[in-house]
Design a protein around this ligand. Structure first.
Ligand code: GLU
Length: 479
């Protein structure tokens, strides 16, 4: 059974690269309808300084919101907990002790000064494994005397360690290049180098999926598995997500997190779809994929080696495709928080507004701008009635508005069809081009060059009373 995990540090947000890792780990476990595959969440908070309160909750909420429910995790439980590393301190201590007995690690009492004296001119540390040679009694004596110590990995001085990454192929390192990393810090907390191995083993993770920043240190972790006599998991390292060719996407430098993008008015399902394409592509030539389709189409072979560039223009396009597929009811409901803050709030029926906006916005964040004209009517510039292309002029407007007002007033039913017949019928009857009638009519009731809809749609949005009132007001201003 496939078991994958997502192991974020609680930083207070989930960045796009992190969510991409989570998504691939989820899809890898759940692909091909492999309902038995399991996806686990583990919070890596041993780096105390980075701890942010409520940060873990943000991760739980984001994963659930993005449609990536985990089978085991801090807030849902499971057989291999605890799932928060700071709650596993004793476990690491126990395994570190065991590793020392197995010869894979040693207690190190060297002071900072001493270690600095071992640094060569290139800044490379040359551990002399001094403490490795202390007798067991001496080690016990020093610990009992309260001397501070760390536990270091005992890396053999000769040889090569290699593994076959499922994305990048063979990765190998010369052991003499590797430092004897700290596994347990002087405060008793493990480092990532140690905790990731212990946890992945104890949690029975057999596919480790994470960013390429761990690609070259993985041989070192494998030495730990070997020292314990444990089976080494398979690895998939994922290319970074970039802002541009040179820079990684980074929240610290202002790039948006998943939640920022939701707040900008992107849809969760469009974001997940777009994120899936950052470093993976399906064999089929499709881009719009819901979660079920992603699970069906996801393959290891589709994962790319090259960095993926986060392209907001493409994300906007894809988000727009999701919006276009909505019913007006769904749009009205999901866009409500944005509509509530727009000039449509309290004035128009949201479903009517939704019908106008569905094909005209890429994100809910575009709504306010598309509706801004609603607040800009009073005293609008009458020059807008002039339009060369439509052969419309102010004089013409002055001439036709009285008749249009009369005919609108006389309409028995104020419907799309009736308005259409009225305006087109009037143009035909009087020998005008359609635009010569539609243009002044629309400008007179909206006061805006660009509106999300033409003359008839705008007349329907405002309703008979307001439409008539505005036609008359414009006419009065032209006098
Ligand atoms: N806590 C690590 C990170 O956030 C996880 C690396 C891993 O998945 O092993 O980068």
């Amino acid at each position: 059974m496939i078991r994958t995990r997502f192991a974020p540090s609680p930083t207070g947000y989930l960045h796009i690269g992190g969510l991409r890792t989570a998504l691939y780990a989820y899809l890898f476990a759940k692909k091909d309808g492999d309902e038995n595959g399991q996806f686990i969440l583990r919070i890596e908070d041993t780096d105390r300084e980075r701890l942010v309160s409520d940060a873990a909750q943000i991760i739980y909420d984001t994963l659930k919101n993005a449609g990536l429910p985990y089978d085991e995790g801090p807030d849902v439980g499971g057989d291999y907990g605890p799932y928060i590393q700071s709650d596993r301190k004793e476990i690491y201590a126990e395994y570190a002790k065991k590793l020392v007995e197995l010869g894979g690690a040693y207690y190190c009492f060297c002071t900072k000064e001493r270690l600095e004296s071992l640094t060569d001119e290139n800044g490379q540390r040359k551990y002399d494994k001094h403490c490795l040679h202390l007798s067991r009694e001496e080690v016990e004596r020093r610990i009992a005397a309260g001397e501070p110590y760390v536990i270091r990995q005992n890396i053999p001085e000769e040889g090569v360690s290699w593994y076959e990454d499922l994305v990048y192929g063979k990765i190998s390192v010369e052991l003499k290049e590797l430092e004897d990393n700290i596994l347990i810090k002087s405060d008793g907390m493990p480092t990532y180098n140690f905790a990731n191995v212990i946890d992945d083993h104890l949690m029975k993770i057999n596919y480790v999926i994470r960013g390429t920043e761990y690609l070259s240190s993985t041989p070192k972790y494998n030495l730990l598995y070997e020292a314990f006599g444990w089976e080494i998991p398979k690895y998939l390292h994922l290319p970074p997500v970039m802002r541009d060719e040179k820079h990684k996407l980074s929240k610290r430098y202002g790039d948006p997190s998943y939640n920022d993008l939701l707040n900008e008015g992107f849809l969760g399902e469009a974001l997940v779809n777009y994120i899936a394409l950052l470093g993976w592509s399906p064999k089929e030539n499709v881009e719009k994929m819901d979660m079920e389709t992603l699970k069906r189409l996801f393959t290891l072979e589709g994962i790319s080696h090259s960095p993926a560039i986060f392209d907001k223009t493409k994300l906007r396009w894809l988000n727009g495709e999701y919006i276009k597929a909505m019913s007006p009811e769904e749009f009205a409901e999901r866009a409500k928080p944005w509509l509530d803050k727009s000039p449509a709030a309290g004035r128009f029926d949201y479903i009517t507004v939704a019908k106008l906006l569905i094909t005209r916005v890429d994100t809910f964040g575009d709504i306010a701008e598309k509706l801004a004209f609603l607040d800009a009517y009073d005293g609008f510039d009458l020059e807008m009635l002039e339009n060369k292309k439509q052969k419309a002029t102010k004089e013409l407007a002055k001439e036709i508005l009285p008749e249009l007002i009369e005919r609108v007033e006389a309409l028995p039913a104020y419907t799309e069809e009736a308005l259409h017949d009225l305006l087109i019928g009037y143009a035909t009857e009087k020998g005008y081009k359609n635009g010569q009638v539609m243009w002044p009519f629309r400008i007179a009731i909206t006061g805006a060059m660009n509106t999300p809809g033409g003359a008839i749609e705008m007349a329907l949005l405002f309703g008979k009373e307001v439409t008539l009132c505005r036609l008359k007001e414009t006419l009065a201003r032209l006098a």
